[in-house]
Design a protein around this ligand. Structure first.
Ligand code: MRU
Length: 320
């Protein structure tokens, strides 16, 4: 599972969290004894938890599974190595992974309902990367309000940034929206500010990989530039995310680890290198948008507004 997460076979913050949760179950399923399972789970937690550093959902899910292990361990304190004990541990991990999957599905739906108030008939929405069904177990986050609007018969058009270097917008967002009968137009990332200037965009909604206590938000590289352009053109810029994407341990975005990925993602197309061999490459996979540039954060309980240091604090307090 660690490899699938690293190579982006599973990607998107909520989806990698869920994969991490199931990865923990798989580690227990592959162990032959309870004793071995405890040891393997420690290794799995470390490896899965660090497979991708930016999205906090991964650590969130692993932490949930670690709480399950602790609970089972306390219950089985006298069973050092029984077959039944191992099965109890496996069942508990699988149940928790299934619960997180179901919970994520509900959260997506609730985010969709909460974000619906931002949309109007005929609106054009710009989005970046893929924060849709493919990135979650349900409707997605940024795309959820669009799906809910579509369900209710509202006509909304989406501009999908292609999202260099790995084209999640062109490959995934455009695919899932088109498949679901929603008008979608792919644009180059660099075209987005021009569209804003031409008054072709009513609203921007993006997903998130980690949100700090002050609202600073990590998301796919290019998000920050969109937010700056949105501010310049007076276009509302929203982030959509469930509580599992908030990181109560960090005060601001400077503490968010930014994943750097391989040079070939930037230099190559279809396995052929186009950049000169001597050119160096810098490939940060995410950037951080300051909370000041974010009009609101669409969550499962409604839209959080600035001051985020207050609204996020009470949102998180209601979840603990
Ligand atoms: O590198 P990726 O494809 O995992 O990046 C995904 C994003 O940046 C998404 O916008 C984010 O994870 C939110 S998914 C609901």
């Amino acid at each position: 599972m660690e490899t699938y997460i690293k190579v982006l076979a599973v990607r998107g913050a909520p989806a990698i969290g869920l994969a991490g949760g199931y990865g923990m179950f798989i580690a227990a399923r592959n162990a032959n004894t309870l004793h071995q399972a405890y040891k393997d789970l420690e290794i799995a937690a470390d490896r899965l938890g660090n497979a991708r550093p930016t999205a906090v959902n991964l650590k969130w899910a692993i932490t949930r599974q670690q709480a399950v292990i602790k609970e089972v361990r306390t219950k089985l304190v006298n069973e050092y190595d029984s077959e039944q004990g191992l099965q109890t541990l496996r069942n508990a991990l699988l149940t928790q992974a299934d619960n997180m999957l179901k919970e994520d599905m509900d959260l997506c739906r609730q985010i969709g309902e909460a974000g619906l108030s931002l949309l109007q008939e005929g609106f054009t929405v710009l989005t970046h990367c893929n924060a849709g069904g493919i990135a979650t177990s349900g409707y997605g986050t940024a795309l959820a309000p669009i799906y809910v609007a579509h369900e209710k018969g509202m006509h909304v058009c989406v501009y999908a940034d292609e999202t260099r270097p790995l084209l999640q917008g062109m490959r995934l967002t455009a695919w899932e929206l088109a498949t679901n009968g929603i008008d979608v137009t792919v644009i180059c990332d660099s075209a987005a500010p021009f569209l804003m200037k031409q008054k072709m965009i009513d609203l921007i909604i993006v997903g998130a990989d980690r949100i700090a206590l002050n609202g600073d938000t990590a998301n796919k590289i290019g998000t920050y530039g969109l937010a700056v352009a949105a501010k310049a053109h007076g276009i509302p810029f929203y982030v959509a995310a469930p509580y599992s994407t908030f990181d109560p341990k960090i005060a601001d975005g400077s503490e968010i680890p930014i994943e750097e990925r391989g040079a070939e993602e930037v230099t190559n197309f279809l396995d052929k290198r186009f950049a000169p061999q001597k050119a160096m490459v810098y490939n940060p996979a995410f950037d951080v948008t300051p909370g000041e540039l974010i009009s609101g954060i669409i969550t499962e309980v409604g839209i959080l507004r600035p001051l985020y240091s207050q609204s996020i604090k009470s949102f998180i307090a209601n979840h603990s």
